[in-house]
Design a protein around this ligand. Structure first.
Ligand SMILES: [Zn+2]
Length: 372
């Protein structure tokens, strides 16, 4: 899709800047995180201010880890949350906002951080976990795309990154969740840069996917679990999106995800379906979830938050709180499980691999409207 001249000018204006113009959506001057409204969606500059305030208010528990730059040279930032410890700590990863339009995902990451920091002093179990585990939480991974989705209603449903197209093609952006080095380019992707599921010119062509890869690789020996948060559909997805291969601990992944689904249901009665993508959604390749499991991280899950399609990516703000409450319960049940288990699942990363040779011709015909 071609940019209009006005949008192009605005996009050029935003390049190289970490700030967006103040919008009618509400800019807040943040004195403390106590003033922050977790039941509204926030533009990037407010999330950035919030991150700075979280660190300032919790210097012994939270630090900032800038681990890469987006295509438009903005910082990709994780909050590292944990209590100081003399021993080697385990790691739990969570990223939100890899797909720009899924606004409930960054809202959840912020909620998750708030809950942990509010509760750990009185929750002995959580304090013990924070003494032994560092959480790396990236509230907005696809910063360029997220900012683009805030420009106006015509950009609101932007999904991809904002990298320039390859020569001979006119459309911006790559689907970052098809760009990881996991059966890259094989199924559930497009080589047409104008498609929503364009997988890029090669694996890790995108700086955002590359940044995640570098940091997670450096932490993987200590990483208990990898969460990546999306919307919508109310699903908990386990590896693999690629058909014909099965994780060696598939049974355990499913069992843990089923328990999380039960925990979610206990909060507001919502149903979240559990399964591998080919069974419950659509097959795909190059996802961060698959890649994390392939490199040996024992537990890796995609959460697709509310809803089931009524509002889709435009989930009303009055559903932010109930969504975050239920998903926090689900995520917490997994954290408790992997913390108690600690020792990684043994065995190779792929139990069954058929000799089937997939080609890009097999890329599934997924309707763009249904992409999550
Ligand atoms: Zn998504």
């Amino acid at each position: 899709m071609l940019l209009s001249t006005g949008l192009l000018l605005l996009a050029l204006f935003l390049q190289g800047s970490n700030e967006v113009p103040q919008t009618a959506a509400g800019s807040e001057t943040l004195a403390t995180t106590g003033d922050y409204n977790y039941t509204k969606y926030h533009p990037m500059h407010e999330i950035t201010s919030w991150m700075e305030m979280v660190v300032k208010e919790n210097p012994d528990v939270v630090s900032v880890e800038v681990y890469g730059k987006t295509y438009e040279k903005r910082n990709i930032t994780a909050l590292k949350i944990g209590l100081k410890s003399s021993g080697e700590k385990k790691v739990i990863w969570m990223d939100c906002g890899i797909h720009a339009r899924e606004w409930i995902a960054p809202a959840f990451c912020q909620w998750f951080v708030k809950e942990i920091l509010t509760n750990y002093k009185n929750d002995e179990r959580l304090r013990t976990i924070l003494s032994n585990v560092d959480f790396y939480v990236t509230p907005v991974l696809n910063v360029d795309g997220y900012m683009y989705s805030w420009i106006n209603s015509s950009t609101r449903l932007w999904r991809k990154s904002r990298s320039v197209p390859p020569s001979g093609c006119d459309c911006y952006g790559t689907d970052l969740n098809r760009n990881f080095n996991a059966n890259w380019g094989m199924i559930g992707v497009s080589r047409n840069c104008c498609e929503q599921i364009y997988c890029g010119s090669k694996a890790l062509s995108e700086s955002e996917a590359s940044a995640v890869t570098s940091l997670v690789e450096s932490l993987k020996a200590r990483m208990l679990c990898f969460f990546t948060i999306h919307s919508h559909g109310q699903l908990i997805l386990v590896p693999y999106g690629y058909p014909e291969i099965v994780a060696p601990n598939y049974g355990e992944l499913m069992q843990v995800a089923q328990e999380a689904s039960k925990a979610i249901k206990s909060v507001h009665g919502m149903e979240y379906t559990v399964g591998a993508p080919p069974a419950v959604l659509y097959p795909n390749s190059g996802s961060s979830r698959d890649w994390a499991r392939l490199i040996g991280i024992p537990f890796s899950f995609t959460f697709e938050l509310r809803d089931k399609g009524q509002f889709g990516f435009l989930l009303p703000e009055d559903q932010i709180q109930p969504t975050c409450e239920e998903v926090y319960a689900g995520v917490r049940s997994i954290i408790d499980y992997v913390y108690d288990r600690k020792s990684p699942a043994q065995g190779g990363s792929v139990a069954v691999a058929t000799a089937a040779v997939w080609t890009t011709l097999l890329a599934s015909c997924v309707s763009a409207a249904a992409l999550l």
